[in-house]
Design a protein around this ligand. Structure first.
Ligand SMILES: C[S@@+](CC[C@H](N)C(=O)[O-])C[C@H]1O[C@@H](n2cnc3c(N)ncnc32)[C@H](O)[C@@H]1O
Length: 275
């Protein structure tokens, strides 16, 4: 029997249900804060260990934590706003929140925000805030961004429906901070029919992987031998793409390095940037 269940049982009879629930919530919050303190002290920079002890599937079922460490380690002590789509636990309000708590410990100065289609407010705590709504509801996302202000890291671990992933990316990527990072997890659904993917047409632009693959050439738009080529917003604002097994990490920045046309006058690729 877990400690919380033990407390719940021992309070039966002496208190009414509401009082018992309040005490259990209070205890849960304190257990989480003690966990945060001890995990932070002993394994704060070890994301694989944090993923394991908090119980997110980012390590064990998936192997994302090692890639996150590669990219996030230099940022760890910065004051970042991190937004994760998909808090976990689906309909169960008390379940989930593992990755939010993992990020809170990993980024000791970070503010951690979570979006979920279900109410996840039971996980709100110091430096953790959740919002209820759908990742494809632009009005909702706009309101979330107004509350957060700046967002430096976005992680999409929500519905994993290809259409949702791309709608969310197209809306949120332009709103990410200038040198921000956008991560899409579980890109395997690009190949799964039930999620709008395909295992036959791998370059379809309505699948996550098909769409992201077609953005790669944009990194080199300044080299394109077409005088009238007009770079897109994504050509000009993606400076790096990292593809891993079932996970893609996209770096935002100003892609304005000049072209390198050997034997020709160097063409400046600096362009006016507007959203
Ligand atoms: C895989 S879980 C997230 C796990 C969590 N990020 C972790 O690593 O511990 C996916 C979550 O996305 C939520 N979700 C599903 N569809 C969504 C949508 N359209 N908008 C927002 N959240 C959604 C589900 O309710 C579920 O809690």
């Amino acid at each position: 029997m877990s400690l919380l269940e033990h407390i719940r049982q021992s309070l039966k009879g002496s208190l009414n249900q509401t009082q018992r629930d309040k005490i259990v919530r209070f205890q849960a919050l304190h257990c989480r804060r003690i966990q945060h303190f001890t995990y932070g002290l002993f394994m704060g920079s070890n994301l694989k260990a944090l993923a394991t002890v908090y119980g997110t599937d980012k390590w064990g079922r998936h192997w994302y934590a090692k890639h996150y460490e590669t990219h996030f380690a230099p940022l760890r002590r910065q004051q970042l706003n991190v937004l994760e789509i998909g808090v976990g636990g689906y309909e169960d309000p008390g379940s989930g929140g593992a990755s939010l708590r993992m990020w809170r410990t990993y980024f000791p100065k970070g503010q951690i925000y979570g979006i979920d289609i279900h109410d996840k407010s039971a996980h709100d705590d110091r430096r953790i805030k959740t919002f209820r709504g759908s990742q494809v509801d632009e009005h909702f996302l706009e309101e979330v961004l107004k509350t957060i202000g700046r967002v430096d890291i976005i992680i999409d671990d929500g519905s994993h429906q290809n259409e949702h992933v791309l709608t969310t990316f197209n809306f949120l990527f332009p709103r990410l901070s200038e040198n921000g990072i956008y991560v899409i997890e579980d890109t395997q659904t690009s190949y799964w029919r039930g999620y709008g993917g395909s295992s036959d047409e791998l370059n379809r632009l309505d699948t996550t992987m098909g769409f992201l693959k077609h953005l790669i050439d944009g990194l080199n738009y300044a080299e394109v031998e077409k005088e009238n080529y007009i770079p897109t917003y994504l050509d000009r604002h993606i400076v790096g793409m990292h593809f891993y097994h079932n996970m893609v990490l996209i770096r935002k920045g100003m892609n304005n390095e000049h072209g390198d046309h050997i034997g020709r006058e160097v063409k400046s690729a600096v362009v006016n940037i507007e959203m």
